[in-house]
Design a protein around this ligand. Structure first.
Ligand code: ISL
Ligand code: CA
Length: 550
């Protein structure tokens, strides 16, 4: 595979609202990030992915953009942004922005024009349809509940919004919209930005027949009717040709519905589309037919299968991204491991996984200190529009949302959005004022300051493993093969090239497991307990990385 910087990078994702508040108004901001650049650099990070900081009324925390060339006033100014970018480059890191162009805010000037009249020049920037039989044009549902169509009185038509009513979908069939998007991308590249994470890029090409959804399972509707539309690859190739290919940047497309079947179409090295995608095969394992708030158990074997199948599919043809959490999902340690007695060991085990797989690792803010899910007592404490819509829906169905709060505890997006726990000062050192969302009460126990002082902390283990990946390039480019696939507690895999071979063994359980693979000549290089031995009697949540000598 071609060698390039973004394959060798470790990415750190920042959700600015929850990262660090510099002016004590309770909301994280750009200067807050500037203040922590040395911290991020100290982790060994190469690339920062910054979630949206553009002007936005914040119906969906910045994923509803009102001006793609301006900064959200709560976060600061364009001068703050320029300072941030310069500070990142000065430290020899790169900055990737979020590109949210499946939809804009309904407060974007384009939409304000578009809704005025049927012959407005911006009408076709969005997707408008007349109603049917006194209702919406079809039965499509929005990701966050309710109809995906909103009636607008000015012209007595409906507009499509796959997310909230304040996130109207852009009409990519219109070449003017595509040209606008290319101009936006170019604007940020000209400023020196190093790439884009592309929000729900899998959804931009619509199936023009707008046929009714047929499956009661939303995930199927996404895959068959919303995602991977007929012109998606034409649109991405055009974007690549017009702008992306002219800069030394990285791209990672996000998308529900990007399954194994479609992955390579987006990232194949011969495709000239995107560098990487975030697929959700492992992120949807614990979701039942009712979706996110209908969680179901899953097994380690299924989890391993996802990674195995994707690695095999991309092998030699395209590059993967390795992530276990982001701002849309629960905390990785609570979800894929355990946040009980073995929380620290488990966090370190997941760090070992992230840094030893093939593909670019993405670290979500706070995971480097082992932050865990939060269980707010009251529905009032929740802020995320998806979770609030869920509560509203329950109420509309005659139920008491409080009786279902455990689903928000387990699956809600706010789990990942509580403020970063910098210290055991009030509000976790995030802000002197009351934060926009409550701090996880465990901040007195889990915080950056105390972990800085402890050389055995999760934080220092993350640093060590990031360094470890860089010292062993075989872990970046080498082959991957999982062994003993049917083992229910242990995830073990080999990474190798002509010169080196490694074996990674991860005990995903609370039990001691006697794991005896057929491999000999093992030399222990890294491990997550304070001391360790070459044997494979794996303690709970123990992780070991060996060199295999022949
Ligand atoms: O969390 C999800 C559904 O329960 C995901 O499917 C998520 O909605 C999907 O991955 C899209 O996420 C992205 O686009 C959304 C935004 O709310 C998310 O924060 C963003 O990451 C709409 O812009
Ligand atoms: Ca602030």
């Amino acid at each position: 595979m071609k060698k390039t910087w973004w394959k060798e990078s470790v990415v750190y994702q920042i959700y600015p609202r929850s990262f660090n508040d510099s002016n004590n108004d309770g909301i994280g901001d750009i200067q807050g990030v500037v203040q922590k650049l040395d911290y991020i650099k100290s982790l060994g990070i190469d690339v920062i992915w910054l979630c949206p900081v553009y002007k936005s009324p914040n119906d969906d925390n910045g994923y509803d953009i009102a001006d793609y060339r301006d900064i959200m006033s709560e976060f600061g100014t364009m001068a703050d942004f320029d300072e941030l970018l310069a500070g990142i480059h000065k430290r020899d890191m790169k900055l990737v922005m979020d590109l949210v162009v499946n939809h804009s805010s309904d407060e974007h000037a384009w939409f304000e024009e578009s809704r005025k009249s049927k012959d407005n020049p911006y009408r076709d920037y969005y997707i408008w349809k007349p109603g049917q039989n006194g209702g919406p044009p079809n039965n499509w549902e929005a990701f966050f509940g309710g109809s995906a169509w909103q009636h607008d009185t000015a012209t007595d038509e409906y507009y499509l919004h796959l997310f909230t009513t304040k996130q109207p979908d852009l009409n990519w069939e219109n070449p003017k919209v595509r040209a606008e998007v290319n101009d936006i991308i170019k604007y940020w590249f000209d400023k020196g930005v190093d790439g884009f994470r592309m929000d729900v890029i899998s959804l931009i090409s619509k199936r023009e027949e707008y046929a009714d959804m047929v499956s009661p399972v939303f995930e199927e509707t996404i895959a068959k009717q919303y995602a991977n539309g007929p012109r998606i690859h034409e649109f991405l190739k055009e974007m690549n040709r017009e702008v992306l290919s002219k800069f030394d940047i990285m791209t990672v497309g996000e998308g529900p519905g990007i399954t194994l079947e479609h992955g390579l179409d987006y990232v194949g090295e011969d495709r000239d589309e995107l560098n990487m995608v975030f697929h959700f095969d492992h992120m949807f394992l614990d979701m039942g037919d009712g979706g996110k708030f209908d969680p179901i158990p899953y097994s380690l074997v299924e989890f391993k299968d996802v990674f195995n199948r994707w690695d095999e599919k991309l092998n030699g043809k395209g590059w993967g991204s390795i992530f276990l959490g982001n701002h849309d999902f629960p905390r990785m340690v609570s979800r894929f491991a355990t946040d009980g007695k073995y929380r620290e060991e488990a966090s370190k085990l997941l760090a070992t996984l992230l840094m030893t797989m093939r593909g670019t690792p993405y670290v979500y803010q706070g995971d480097e200190i082992g932050m865990s899910n939060v269980a707010f007592e009251s529905t009032e404490d929740y802020r995320d529009v998806e979770t609030l819509n869920y509560f509203r829906q329950l109420e509309a169905d005659g139920q008491n949302p409080q009786d279902h709060i455990h689903n928000a505890h387990q699956m809600g997006r706010d789990n990942a959005r509580t403020p970063i726990q910098w210290s055991d000062d009030s509000n976790g050192g995030f802000s002197d004022s009351e934060p926009w969302i409550k701090v996880n009460p465990n901040y007195t126990e889990i915080n950056v300051a105390s972990q800085e002082r402890d050389k055995r902390s999760v934080l220092n283990y993350f640093r060590k493993m990031i360094q470890f990946r860089k010292e062993h390039p075989t872990l970046v480019y080498g082959d991957y093969e999982s062994i003993e696939n049917d083992h229910k507690q242990v995830y073990a895999y080999r990474r190798w090239d002509e010169e080196n071979e490694y074996l990674v063994v991860l005990n995903f359980s609370d039990q001691v497991v006697d794991f005896t693979p057929i491999i000999t000549g093992l030399e222990l290089l890294a491990y997550n307990y304070d001391d360790s031995t070459e044997d494979l009697l794996m303690r709970p949540w123990e992780a070991k990385v060996f060199r295999v000598n022949d």
